[in-house]
Design a protein around this ligand. Structure first.
Ligand SMILES: [Mn+2]
Length: 398
């Protein structure tokens, strides 16, 4: 067979709003607003640069069923760039962009194949008279699909390689709607060479042979979608083996950054530790920015200051008037506990201490380390008290 390359992307959620950001500078705001669209432009750049034979979009191209016109135009413009290079696009609609209820008002160019709703269809990809590959896929008719779509994937092509495109929850992953449920065993048994999955936003290679792959989303949308986001470049060699390479594309990266504050007594120490933790996180030169939530933990006696988290966030964010990649600390989550306090002594032990120390015992604060130096006297007094205490115990009836 002939070697070829394709691009696997999913969950673009174009024009998705960034969620849960409390405080936003206008400069950051506009860059966050454009991030999903910019990531998409980069996906088209990547497809062209890598001379990919085709682009796979495994569902949730739009964030919801009535996408903004600007998102529709942006998607169409990218498709047109691929059309000029004769690169087909295979689009399987998912639960956020269901085929039946998605309302769009632009025409998609002819290089775009949208898989039909509720029915698997396949297409051949040819290059210079050679059949490279067959691409199978199915779209969601409505948002909630509980049918096991995997059962409809039956190979009937004459191609040396077959890619299956499916928006689904494979393996019943918790925390995600269990749409088009499938097991890894189902996918493996179906006899396809590559499963291009969408739905789960955390990228994952569930199986190496054949590759069963979640590309993850193209751009993180909130603080639970952290780390680099992008697409897979899949290079299939002449023996049909696939080599996967992750290409980061999201211009804005989200990060959760833990900062241990054990033993700190001033907010300057928190700042110093936070700067150390933030330093390796970039942003990278290819990114427009990093949005960070700091998670302060540990045991510390920090001066109480209700404004400290907000002021610290501002101080650790990059200068809003500066051009170039930004660092934006969107919040500082404070889970710092006070150090353990000395426990006042109780019972016989309290009495021993009181007798030894005499009046002023109530001032006793710092625990047994503060016992008087006359250990011999203390020992004798303790033994005497113990003997008295034992005398008071009534003899056992039996
Ligand atoms: Mn999605």
């Amino acid at each position: 067979m002939k070697s070829f390359t394709f691009i696997h992307a999913a969950d673009l959620h174009l024009d998705s709003p960034m969620l849960g950001i409390g405080r936003l500078e206008p400069r950051v705001q506009s860059r966050l607003r454009d991030a999903s669209l910019e990531a998409y432009d980069r996906l088209i750049d990547l497809t062209l640069q890598r001379h990919a034979a085709f682009l796979v979009l495994a569902g949730d191209v739009f964030d919801h069923e009535t996408p903004s016109l600007r998102a529709q135009f942006r998607l169409r413009d990218g498709f047109l760039r691929l059309e000029r290079a004769a690169v087909p696009v295979f689009w399987a609609h998912g639960n956020h962009d269901p085929f039946g209820s998605l309302s769009t008002h632009v025409h998609w160019p002819d290089n775009v194949v949208r898989f039909p709703a509720g029915r698997v269809l396949w297409h051949r990809v040819e290059q210079g008279g050679d059949i490279l590959c067959a691409v199978y896929g199915i779209s969601y008719p409505t948002a909630a699909v509980t049918d096991p779509y995997v059962r409809q994937f039956i190979r009937e092509d004459d191609a040396p390689y077959a890619v299956a495109v499916l928006h689904a929850n494979v393996g019943g992953q918790p925390g995600h709607d269990n749409y088009a449920p499938a097991s890894l065993g189902d996918l493996r048994a179906a006899g396809f060479n590559y499963w291009a999955l969408g739905h789960i936003h955390q990228r994952a290679i569930l199986l190496d042979d054949p590759p069963v792959v979640y590309a993850g989303n193209l751009q993180g949308r909130h603080v639970r979608e952290t780390g680099p986001k992008g697409a897979y470049v899949v290079e299939v060699d002449a023996s049909g083996r696939a080599r996967l390479q992750f290409a980061p594309l999201g211009p804005v990266r989200w990060e959760l950054v833990p900062v241990n504050c054990d033993g700190f007594s001033g907010w300057d120490q928190v700042e110093e530790a936070a700067l150390l933790a933030l330093e390796p996180l970039g942003p990278e030169p290819h990114e427009s920015g990093v949005v960070v939530r700091l998670l302060l933990s540990g045991r510390a006696e920090l001066p109480v200051d209700p404004d400290a988290p907000v002021e610290l966030a501002e101080r650790l964010s990059s200068d809003p008037d500066q051009d170039g990649p930004f660092r934006f600390v969107e919040s500082v989550d404070t889970k710092i506990r006070r150090p353990p306090q000395p426990v006042p002594p109780e019972g016989l032990w309290a009495e021993v201490i009181a007798r030894i120390r005499g009046p002023g015992y109530e001032q006793w604060e710092s625990g047994p380390a503060q016992l008087p130096l006359d250990l011999e006297a203390a020992r004798n007094e303790a033994l005497r008290l113990l003997a008295d205490a034992l005398d008071e115990v009534e003899p056992d009836a039996n």
